[in-house]
Design a protein around this ligand. Structure first.
Ligand code: DGY
Length: 326
């Protein structure tokens, strides 16, 4: 099936709440959209994708060989409305010659803002403070009460200085941080824009007052923040994660927070998501957990939906996607 033959290409959209601006760009296609607020389950996904030309998916959909085969050999494109693609088996896509589109850049500013918010919320104990106001624990002004750690004069370490890490670094410089360190697979030439120094992971862990995970989740970064790495951090260190829950061994993080191995943590991502309300992490005062809202601005979500649609349309037209995963 192709567009010139008259029949419209069929696109399956796996989620009910995709911003209209994105769906509008698919108007030349036959769009079938999942019609429930509930996240589509695997069996339903497999049933619905049969015979489609393109798949418009989100990060909760697991895209692997089985699913691609369920689509059929006419499948021409997968577009995920996310910058992360740990839910997609890229090898399976490559083997079948299916281009995969993603949404870098358009969510960078929103996610960097949220990361900074999490850093401040954690270091300056915003949730605890606001809770104390409501509970009546707020007494007369007390020089020793609710003190946290300022960003000013601190050393910040970013593990994974990619698009988002760099955008976080740019926002932190004006706070007067004294040192910016980063580590990861390779040096980023753009690091000089923020005067960031490339160091070993161990150096980053031992010297940083704030450790920020800005990396993608893959086989190299899975649970890279674990018992061993939390031990290498300062007892005053604050750990912030706005990438993927999977980069953290969450039990080890709980232990590190509970025992005072590290000072506090701010997480926008967890394992699993949603985090069960009985998770021990939620009993800790020194842990702020947000519900994966890094890219949750109206502007970013609209742009993500539009870019996903543009990726899909390009592939259906036999063109290079504007943002294709290499
Ligand atoms: C992504 O894009 O990968 C985020 O996790 C959701 O915006």
């Amino acid at each position: 099936r192709n567009m010139s033959s008259g029949s419209k290409p069929k696109v399956f959209v796996t989620n009910y709440n995709i911003p209209k601006k994105g769906l509008d760009l698919l108007k030349s296609c036959e769009v079938v959209q999942w019609q429930s607020e509930e996240t589509i389950q695997r069996e339903d996904l497999i049933k619905n994708v049969k015979g489609i030309d393109a798949l418009f998916c989100i990060l909760t959909d697991k895209i692997d060989g089985t699913l691609l085969d369920a689509c059929g050999p006419q499948l021409k494109a997968v577009g995920t409305m996310s910058v992360g693609y740990d839910h997609i088996d890229m090898k399976a896509c490559k083997e079948r010659g299916i281009p995969v589109g993603f949404t870098p850049d358009v969510l960078t500013d929103a996610t960097a803002e949220l990361t900074v918010a999490l850093l401040l919320a954690t270091s300056r104990r915003l949730m605890e403070g606001a809770g104390a106001v409501r509970s009546g624990e707020w007494g007369m002004w007390n020089p020793q009460w609710m003190c946290g750690q300022g960003l000013h004069h601190s050393t910040v370490g970013i593990f994974g200085l990619g698009r988002i890490g760099l955008a976080v670094a740019k926002r932190l410089r004006p706070f007067g941080i004294s040192q910016l360190l980063y580590s990861g697979r390779k040096e980023n030439p753009a690091a000089k824009e923020v005067d960031a120094e490339f160091v070993s992971f161990d150096t980053l862990l031992s010297e940083s007052d704030f450790v920020i995970a800005g990396c993608a989740l893959n086989s190299e970064t899975k649970e890279i923040f674990n018992e061993d790495t939390f031990k290498k951090m300062k007892p005053t260190a604050i750990f912030v994660n706005s990438s993927r829950g999977g980069v953290v061994d969450q039990k080890a993080l709980y232990e590190a927070l509970k025992s005072g191995q590290i000072k506090a943590a701010g997480l926008d991502v967890t394992t699993p998501e949603p985090l069960p309300t009985d998770s021990p992490l939620l009993d800790l005062k020194n842990c702020v957990v947000l519900p994966h809202i890094g890219s949750a601005t109206v502007e970013a979500r609209n742009a993500m939906a539009e870019l996903t649609a543009r990726n899909i349309m390009a592939a259906l037209n036999g063109e290079q996607m504007p943002c294709q995963i290499e």
